[in-house]
Design a protein around this ligand. Structure first.
Ligand SMILES: [Zn+2]
Ligand SMILES: [Zn+2]
Length: 341
């Protein structure tokens, strides 16, 4: 089968690789759609911290935001999965350690991450393997675009839950990329007064199309008065934003960190303690996957316009370099159909 392989920093190509086989407790999924994410770009450029930490090494098979149909099962009793539309958790905990036993498999020290950690082949390919216990069924009426946005959707939903919003409460989402826009949509679905801060006017316009009434340029927020929002969710990769989030949240408010900057981002903990602020970090979609599927299935969140274009595997290296096709829409997310020639 064909798969995208990153062989070194800034070197990626479609290769013919062995078809995966489902082992006991595993499913083989024919991939219908897969998203390219900032993490994939960081691996492609060689900047992803896991490369230095030894959690990942080239050659790499990327792709962790995916949907497809189960085409093979690895053990008797799993036949009911055949033909089902699915996505899967990225975080594949070992199932044996104390973290896994406590329901926190997303921080299992022995985990694989699909397309990211430990060499588990990702979904930028015609097929991907997922353990049955980490597979999630997706209703047939959910669009392909939305189905492949369940993983970033789960991340965003967890960030919104961590903000503990109530109807009418104000939340500022810093960043108008995929995670930021999805977080804004889930916050709108909870009835919050949603603000989005970003840089690119096109994605702020998209935020307004999605129903966000208040959009701001980040530079304007940097100079605005403090203590303005009940919660702030940082979805940027800008190292100045974590401290800005603390400045802009009201006393006793909540700050949620889901974005990662390349350089350390410094926050003065006196600002957190003296304002009685709760700061929360979010890693992974795991506990948000079911909720994201439910939100897309009910129509409470319709994320399709976040996708700018659907390209082939052959197009992926150019997209990882940051290029966009001539017909690309304003959305931040590039999707890949591995069957396109
Ligand atoms: Zn991602
Ligand atoms: Zn474990």
């Amino acid at each position: 089968m064909r798969a995208l392989v990153v062989t070194a920093a800034h070197e990626a190509a479609v290769q013919e690789v062995a078809e995966p086989v489902a082992g006991p407790g595993q499913l083989v999924v024919d991939v219908d759609r897969v998203g390219i994410c900032g993490t994939d770009v960081e691996f492609y450029t060689g900047e992803m911290a896991y490369l230095d930490l030894g959690y990942a090494e080239f050659p790499l098979r990327l792709g962790h935001e995916w949907t497809g149909r189960v085409s093979a099962v690895g053990q008797r009793g799993d036949e009911r999965w055949l033909g089902k539309r699915v996505t899967g958790d990225t975080m594949l905990g070992c199932g044996q350690c104390s973290s896994c036993a406590a329901g926190r498999h997303h921080v299992c020290p022995n985990r694989y991450e699909v397309g990211i950690r430990g060499g588990w082949a990702g979904a930028l390919a015609e097929k991907v393997v997922i353990p049955t216990r980490f597979a999630y069924e997706i209703p047939e009426h959910v669009s392909l675009a939305a189905a492949a946005l369940v993983e970033p959707g789960g991340n965003s939903l967890r960030a919104v839950r961590a903000a503990e919003l109530e109807p009418g409460r104000s939340v500022l989402v810093l960043g108008s990329g995929t995670i930021g826009l999805l977080a804004a949509q889930f916050a709108l679905a909870e009835g919050a007064e949603v603000h989005v801060g970003g840089v690119r006017e096109g994605s702020l316009a998209l935020a307004r199309e999605l129903g966000v009434a208040h959009t701001h340029q980040l530079a304007e927020l940097t100079h605005s008065e403090p203590d303005r929002f009940d919660a702030v969710i940082d979805c940027t990769s800008n190292e100045a934003m974590p401290a800005l989030a603390v400045r802009l949240v009201r006393p006793a408010g909540r700050v949620v960190y889901i974005g990662l900057s390349a350089a350390p981002s410094l926050v003065d903990t006196r600002d957190i303690a003296l304002q009685d602020i709760t700061a929360v970090g979010i890693l992974s979609a795991s506990a948000g996957l079911a909720g994201a599927i439910a939100g897309f299935a009910s129509g409470a969140v319709i994320p399709d316009s976040i996708v700018s274009e659907v390209v082939s595997l052959e197009d992926v290296p150019s997209r990882l370099e940051g290029h966009r096709g001539p017909d690309a829409g304003p959305g931040p997310k590039v999707h890949v159909d591995p069957r396109l020639p």
